[in-house]
Design a binder for this molecule. Sequence first.
Ligand SMILES: Nc1ncnc2c1ncn2[C@@H]1O[C@H](COP(=O)(O)OP(=O)(O)OP(=O)(O)O)[C@@H](O)[C@H]1O
Ligand SMILES: [Mg+2]
Length: 244
Amino acid sequence: MIELIDVSYDVTEDNSDISILRDINIKIDERFVAITGPNGGGKSTLARLIAGIIKPTKGKILLDGKDITDMSITDRAKLGITYAFQQPVRFKGITVSDLIRLASGKDISVSDACVYLSEVGLCARDYINREVNASLSGGELKRIEIAMALARSTKLTVFDEPEAGIDLWSFQNLIQVFEKMHEKIQGSIIIISHQERILDIADRIIVIADGKVTAEGDKDSILPEMLNATGDCRFIRDPECARV
Ligand SMILES: Nc1ncnc2c1ncn2[C@@H]1O[C@H](COP(=O)(O)OP(=O)(O)OP(=O)(O)O)[C@@H](O)[C@H]1O
Ligand SMILES: [Mg+2]
């Protein structure tokens, strides 16, 4: 279980403090939680705080009751936190199979590594020996990163917009990958997403806007309210909407 207690995050720019996140209180022990909200609301910042890439200005972060607020990224990873970036990193000189093997933490066979690649819709044969460099497309890189998170299969996995840059066809398969993870996972998955189909399969949705948690609950309570807030009649079930 991951818990954020009164977490705030400020940055200093031109001698003035900018508040990015304010007094966040979140406790996650469900298997699948989606975080959503408008651009610039603070979702990726929250993911970076959980992964330990940045440290809160105020407040505490607990993993299974243990205070990890001051722990490094590496120590958090050892405790079982995996973070899949919104924009994945490229590694020159390292092949896709190296990455999957490193992620799994075991000396897995090429065919095992291939299973993970196939799960994210990549033809394993074409990718397994490719170098993780600039020649891979954004969508390919993103899928390799998801395959790595599957291979790691830790207590807590945070995906930051896994759908970003992924084409519609692959996106359908991605939903199935997450549904399968949902069934199999021992720990929790947090997915930051703008996609209704991902929000649909979450046990709980947390909305972050303007640096605060503005709503949380199950999809039946959150989705209609959120879609209504867009004011877009395509999303609003009330037939009167289009007539106004
Ligand atoms: N180091 C920083 N310095 C200045 N501003 C920052 C810094 N880090 C984040 N921000 C700002 O904080 C806000 C929240 O950023 P964040 O990346 O967390 O948003 P997000 O909810 O992930 O948005 P998106 O949906 O577009 O990915 C943005 O306005 C961003 O510009
Ligand atoms: Mg983001």
